[in-house]
Design a protein around this ligand. Structure first.
Ligand code: KG4
Ligand code: ZN
Length: 338
């Protein structure tokens, strides 16, 4: 049995996980900083670094303890080293290198976005490349043609906001809690997705690019009237918030699903991988499955516990790279850009 300790600290979650044989999750510990950043409506990099520093050792210890694994039993340490907030990445990478050195274990650096994709691949007995892949999170909304676990050719990406960012900003407009994705999902449960018609930002007929900023502005003008700004008077009663949430969420979901359908058709690949924080969204999961059934596309979703930032996916991809003989040494560096 191969045991891998994964460590993730690229943004505002400090996470560690022990995974056996690249598939079986023995533990997954996530210390989220959401509450610390909530007051600012987004992640404050300096605060994030300090919180990672406080959390990293207890989180790693808890992951080993919950897995009932001793450091001596580990075969590998895998750590996110790109892309992300530089200060945050440094804390995880430095901790992983120090542990690898003191425990005399190999180490491998993992690409955060590739790991989001791997979260979906981990659910399969045997992957069958190529895939069309959607990574949809707070920082990314991109479609890829995936040729291997670490080979993803971009087909299209967002020209402005990521889908998660569009949800986070919309939630802020409606005074809903940060992060906005889960708040909008919850509030939308009591709303009618057809109450307001938001134009789906599909760009041209064949485009695989995304653009969510127009949708965001459309919501702002719905709330405050044309030319309205955040903080000005509401045109609508606040009791309309559930309807606004459901209609807005539906527009974001429809856009994502349609682009996935197009990508699978254009690439002639009837297999779709989906990962990232927004992949947790219930409406998106349901509508992707429905599209898959309609179009004959196999839909492979990252499991809920591995959608938002976590270390399961880091340990999983780390295991795969190690299996291919691709480890790093203690000079392993971090990179903000990926
Ligand atoms: O993958 P992630 O944890 O971090 C990044 O790498 O960006 O994704 C965070 C994003 C946030 O924008 C959050 O609002 C969104 O995922 N999110 C959701 C849901 N849960 C988290 N969006 C829609 N529905 C959800 N249930
Ligand atoms: Zn992420």
């Amino acid at each position: 049995m191969a045991l891998v300790l994964g460590i993730e600290s690229s943004c505002d979650e400090t996470a560690a996980s022990v995974v056996a044989d690249g598939k079986r999750v023995l533990s997954s510990v996530i210390e989220s900083q959401v509450e610390e950043h909530a007051a600012y409506g987004g992640v404050v990099p300096e605060l994030a670094s300090r919180s990672h520093l406080r959390a990293i050792q207890p989180v790693v210890e808890a992951a080993l303890q919950q897995a009932k694994v001793e450091p001596s039993e580990l075969d590998l340490l895998a750590v996110t080293n790109r892309p992300g907030l530089l200060g945050s990445l440094l804390i995880g990478a430095t901790a992983a290198k120090a542990l690898a050195w003191s425990w005399q274990k190999p180490i491998v650096g993992v690409h955060h976005i590739e790991a989001h994709v791997y979260a979906a691949l981990m659910t399969l007995e045997q992957p069958c490349f190529p895939y069309v892949t959607l990574v949809v999170s707070g920082g990314h909304t991109s479609l890829y043609r995936s040729e291997a676990a670490d080979q993803h050719v971009e087909l299209g990406s967002t020209r402005d906001d990521a889908a998660g960012e569009a949800l986070d900003k919309a939630a802020a407009m409606m005074d809903l809690a940060y992060p906005g994705g889960p708040s909008i999902q919850k509030t939308a449960e009591h709303g009618d997705p057809k109450a307001y018609s938001f134009k789906r930002p599909l760009l041209s007929r064949d485009s695989l690019e995304f653009s969510f900023s127009g949708l965001k502005t459309a919501l702002l003008y719905r709330i405050h009237g044309p030319g309205g700004t955040h903080g000005s008077d509401w045109l609508l009663p606040k009791t309309e918030i559930p309807n606004l949430c459901a209609s807005y969420e539906q527009a974001v979901v429809d856009t994502l699903v349609e682009k996935c359908r197009r990508a699978a058709a254009q690439e002639n690949i009837p297999r779709l991988l989906v990962g990232g924080g927004v992949a947790l969204n219930r409406r998106l999961r349901q509508e992707l499955q429905a599209m898959g059934e309609r179009e004959g596309v196999e839909i492979i979703l990252a499991p809920p516990q591995a959608c938002t930032d976590n270390a399961i996916m880091i340990a999983g991809l780390g295991h795969e790279l190690w299996r291919q003989g691709r480890t790093d040494d203690l000079n392993l560096d971090v990179s903000a850009a990926g």
